[in-house]
Design a protein around this ligand. Structure first.
Ligand SMILES: *[C@@H]1O[C@H](CO)[C@@H](O)[C@H](O)[C@H]1NC(C)=O
Ligand SMILES: *[C@@H]1O[C@H](CO)[C@@H](O)[C@H](O)[C@H]1NC(C)=O
Ligand SMILES: *[C@@H]1O[C@H](CO)[C@@H](O)[C@H](O)[C@H]1NC(C)=O
Ligand SMILES: *[C@@H]1O[C@H](CO)[C@@H](O)[C@H](O)[C@H]1NC(C)=O
Ligand SMILES: *[C@@H]1O[C@H](CO)[C@@H](O)[C@H](O)[C@H]1NC(C)=O
Ligand SMILES: *[C@@H]1O[C@H](CO)[C@@H](O)[C@H](O)[C@H]1NC(C)=O
Ligand SMILES: *[C@@H]1O[C@H](CO)[C@@H](O)[C@H](O)[C@H]1NC(C)=O
Ligand SMILES: *[C@@H]1O[C@H](CO)[C@@H](O)[C@H](O)[C@H]1NC(C)=O
Length: 820
């Protein structure tokens, strides 16, 4: 391998080494083992990773300054070799030795300075040779052995003549000579000598040459398949004389006109197309960029044509021409103010007159073969459409009246046009069509476009009778009431339905119930929130559904799980999708089925601030799992806590109540006036003693002592604890505790006693009088804290003895009465 040194410098060498040490992934396999692309890899050699079975090798944009014998490894199956812009300068004799079965060789854009005589000649099977932009000065390249050659493309060179080398006479299959953008300024009779000898039927491309002069009769009696002389003349004058000099040429398709906007035609240039009448052509393509203040009469020269295409011109009118074999007429982007008079064109099959501003159209008549009529983009205003505009045109199958201004239909608009298969009215204001079944005789109609026709569908019968309809587009219209639910009822052949931008907010499940063949449903730009209709079992053929730009925030999992099985495109982008942990199921479904959501990265979550966009597929469902776990843990904790608190409360209810009571009592203490002399704490089992002895002796004595007894004095309906505090402890100056076995056994007594003790401690006085009615065990005394009182305080002991009792009562009375 010696090629890399030609550039000199160290860079190619380094590069070479880098690539040599590379991973062998220099080229891309395009299709099985037959098609490889190494485009733009800066390679200086053919990588060994290319298998010998390769048939097409795109090696463009690499570095092969010099093509030498061993550059190409043996690639016997190679047919197409693309060496575009490889900086090839030198092609050695046996450069293509190993790829000699190539049929297409592309050398575009190489600064070739030397092609060895035998190099191309060894490619015996070559059919297409592309020598575009390689700095050729003439066609005197040595390719005389390439008898199979069919196409020679030598555009963008500096060739000055169309003369072909004599050996090409033997090229029996030769059919395309492309010499566009060369430096051909003169064409002389002897330049076409070889062409004349060849079999003819050649496509000759001479566009973008600076032709100044053509010798008359140059192409006389030559048959060309196609001649392209667009922008091939330096001036209108050159064109005028040039066309005349083509007199006698017989050509299938003639392509004339200019790519670039030319200057305005002067009166003196007006007949610059007159030469057309001297050329025999069947098809003409005229790209007219020149502007003309007057009508150029050229159609009479096209009277024998079968196909006329006129694009991008300033045509303002068209003379009457008795076309007798015209099959196709295409007039686009002109300034016609009135539709051309085609009354003699009985042979017309296809008529396209588009892109004219506010053209007047009075209708077509007597065109028995006419099938295709496209009058779109003309700002047409048609009243009482359409049969009266198509008189005796029974074979019309394709009518395009889209992008016009306003069309008023009559009740039977297509009465005589029953064969129509394609009808396009989009973006033309229409009437009637939403209210009546005006299309019902079109039983062959396959394609109907009523998008943006400002139609309000108010009747179920609009599409009545359209039993062949496959494609229906009614985007940008509106529906009255529940028309939508029944409108498509009988369209059983329907495959594509476009209902975009119709302001639909709800679709009844039965709306599509008979559309068993529906495969594409477009509902973009509506206000849908739910997609229940998708579960309709008859939509099993649906493969494409677009509901982008609606108001969908979530799709029910049930709906998603029941979408048509073959749905392969489901566009829900640009909806206010809510990404909350509660929607995890929905979000996970989308992430899992990402491949049916085109541009799933465009499905964004609705956020509070509209400028920060989160992609749904980036939504952190893991986080949701954590949050869910955390919630469960917290719930468990809370429950446990409650249980523990309940257990504790139950267990320590006594202390709680006790604390509560204390707190209440303390708060209330200040406002309380004592209404009893003493509050008696006793067990209800000692009630007989209390009533018979205590009450009897104290209350009935003198002075009477007013006792507070819970059985008698506590307010009914008030909580016991409140009574203990309000009435008993706080309402009494002293507290009498009647200690007995029953007393120590009673939780209530203990409670009352504890409260009383604490209360008195808080108050700072110890007005407790203890009566020992019965002796109790020391242990119980300790539990109650009684023993402290028994030590410090006065206590009275009851005995059955009447004398002792006298003393007992006196002492008790004294203890109660004494104010401390
Ligand atoms: C090839 O080389 C050119 C100029 O040296 C450089 O701009 C380009 O990035 C290279 N391409 C590759 C694929 O390395
Ligand atoms: C071209 O053809 C001639 C005559 O048929 C033959 O002698 C010659 O070897 C061929 N050249 C190449 C490179 O094949
Ligand atoms: C084109 O040909 C003319 C002679 O016909 C010559 O003077 C001119 O330099 C050529 N132009 C180029 C770009 O080769
Ligand atoms: C020209 O070639 C085409 C195929 O490219 C062929 O169909 C046609 O019959 C040929 N016409 C003549 C006049 O040879
Ligand atoms: C059209 O064809 C007729 C008969 O073949 C011929 O006489 C006439 O000159 C042709 N007109 C043009 C403009 O080629
Ligand atoms: C009708 O014409 C419009 C504008 O020229 C074009 O976009 C549309 O595709 C045509 N309709 C059909 C059905 O060919
Ligand atoms: C559908 O066809 C049936 C039977 O032909 C007909 O009774 C019904 O009105 C049609 N419905 C619509 C909406 O066209
Ligand atoms: C779904 O697609 C498969 C494979 O393309 C096809 O065989 C099957 O008939 C389709 N199902 C429906 C209901 O169209």
């Amino acid at each position: 391998m010696t090629v890399f040194c030609i550039d000199g410098g160290i860079f190619p060498l380094i590069f070479f080494l880098l690539i040599q040490n590379g991973n062998g992934e220099e080229c891309t396999k395009i299709r099985n083992n037959r098609h490889y692309s190494c485009e733009g890899r800066n390679l200086t050699y053919i990588p060994s990773s290319i298998p010998s079975s390769v048939e097409t090798l795109d090696f463009s944009f690499n570095l092969l300054p010099s093509l030498q014998k061993h550059l190409f490894p043996p690639l016997n199956d190679l047919q197409v070799l693309d060496l575009t812009r490889c900086q090839i300068q030198y092609i050695a004799d046996d450069a293509f030795h190993n790829v000699k079965n190539v049929t297409t060789l592309i050398l575009t854009g190489n600064p070739v300075s030397y092609i060895a005589p035998d190099s191309l000649n060894s490619l015996h099977k070559l059919q297409r040779l592309v020598l575009v932009d390689i700095g050729l000065l003439s066609l005197n390249v040595q390719f005389n052995n390439l008898t199979k050659l069919q196409e020679l493309k030598a555009g963008s060179n500096k060739i000055q003549t169309i003369a072909l080398p004599p050996f090409m006479i033997n090229f029996k299959d030769f059919c395309v000579l492309d010499l566009h953008a060369n430096n051909i300024s003169r064409i002389k009779v002897n330049h076409t000598a070889v062409l004349r000898e060849m079999r003819g039927n050649i496509t000759l491309i001479l566009s973008s040459n600076p032709i100044l002069h053509i010798e008359p009769g140059v192409f006389k009696d030559i048959y060309l398949k196609e001649l392209n002389i667009q922008s091939a003349f330096v001036s209108f004058d050159a064109m005028r004389y040039g066309l005349k000099a083509l007199s006698g040429l017989n050509v299938g398709k003639l392509i004339i006109g200019n790519y670039r906007l030319s200057q305005v035609i002067k009166i003196s240039d007006a007949d610059y197309l007159a030469g057309l009448c001297l050329i025999h052509f069947t098809e003409i393509y005229y790209l007219q960029k020149e502007r003309s203040p007057f009508n150029i009469n050229m159609f009479h020269c096209m009277v024998n044509a079968t196909k006329i295409t006129l694009r991008r011109g300033a045509l303002t009118g068209m003379e009457h021409v008795p076309f007798h074999q015209l099959k196709e007429l295409y007039i686009g982007d002109h300034h016609l103010s009135i539709f051309p008079d085609l009354s003699h064109a009985h042979s017309l099959e296809k008529l396209v007159v588009v892109d004219n501003n506010a053209m007047l159209f009075h209708g077509l008549s007597d065109m028995p073969k006419l099938q295709h009529v496209d009058l779109s983009r003309n700002q047409l205003i048609l009243q009482d459409c359409c049969s009266c505009y198509f008189r005796d045109t029974p074979n019309v199958r394709h009518v395009n009246l889209s992008l016009n201004a306003n069309i008023w239909l009559n009740e039977k608009p297509f009465y005589y046009l029953g064969l129509i298969e394609v009808l396009d009215f989009h973006q033309t204001k229409l009437d009637l069509i939403g209210q009546f079944g005006v299309l019902q005789n079109l039983k062959y109609l396959k394609y109907l476009d009523l998008s943006y026709t400002r139609t309000t569908f108010s009747s179920y019968v609009c599409f009545y009778g359209l039993k062949s309809l496959k494609i229906l587009k009614i985007a940008g219209n509106t529906f009255q009431g529940n028309t939508l639910s029944y409108l498509f009822e009988n369209l059983t052949a329907l495959e594509v339905l476009d209902l975009s931008h119709c302001g639909i907010d709800r679709i009844d499940c039965k709306a599509f119930r008979n559309l068993q063949k529906l495969s594409q449903l477009l509902l973009s730009r509506n206000n849908l929130m739910v997609l229940d209709f998708l579960t309709q079992p008859n939509l099993q053929s649906l493969t494409w559904l677009a509901v982008d730009q609606n108001s969908i925030s979530v799709i029910k999992l049930n709906t998603l799980q029941n979408i048509p099985a073959n749905l392969s495109v489901f566009d829900i982008s640009s909806n206010p999708i809510s990404c909350f942990c509660t929607q995890t199921d929905f979000i996970l479904w989308i992430i899992k089925h990402q491949k049916i959501f085109p541009q799933s990265y465009n499905i964004l979550c609705k956020t509070v601030s509209s400028d920060s966009k989160i992609r749904l597929i980036d939504f952190d469902t893991e986080g949701c799992v954590h949050i869910r776990r955390l919630t469960i843990v917290l719930c468990i904790c809370a429950v446990t806590f409650l249980v523990i608190v309940s257990v504790l409360t139950y267990k320590f209810q006594f202390y709680l109540r006790y604390g509560y009571v204390l707190l209440r009592g303390y708060r209330a203490s200040r406002q309380q006036e004592c209404s009893y002399d003493a509050f008696v704490i006793y067990s209800s089992k000692d009630e007989s003693w209390v009533m018979d002895e205590l009450v009897e002796n104290l209350e009935n004595g003198s002075p009477p002592i007013h006792l507070c007894l819970h059985v008698r004095d506590f307010e009914a309906g008030k909580a016991i604890t409140s009574n203990i505090i309000d009435e008993g402890i706080m309402g009494s100056r002293k507290i009498i505790v009647v200690v007995s076995k029953h007393f120590v056994e009673s939780a209530w007594c203990r409670f009352e006693f504890e409260v009383a003790q604490s209360w008195l401690v808080m108050q700072g006085n110890a007005n407790i009088i203890i009566i020992i009615l019965e002796d109790v065990e020391e242990k119980s005394k300790k539990v109650f804290g009684l023993h402290k009182h028994l030590k410090n305080n006065t206590y009275l002991k009851w005995s059955g003895n009447p004398i002792n009792n006298m003393r007992f009562w006196i002492r008790l009375r004294k203890a109660v009465i004494t104010r401390k």
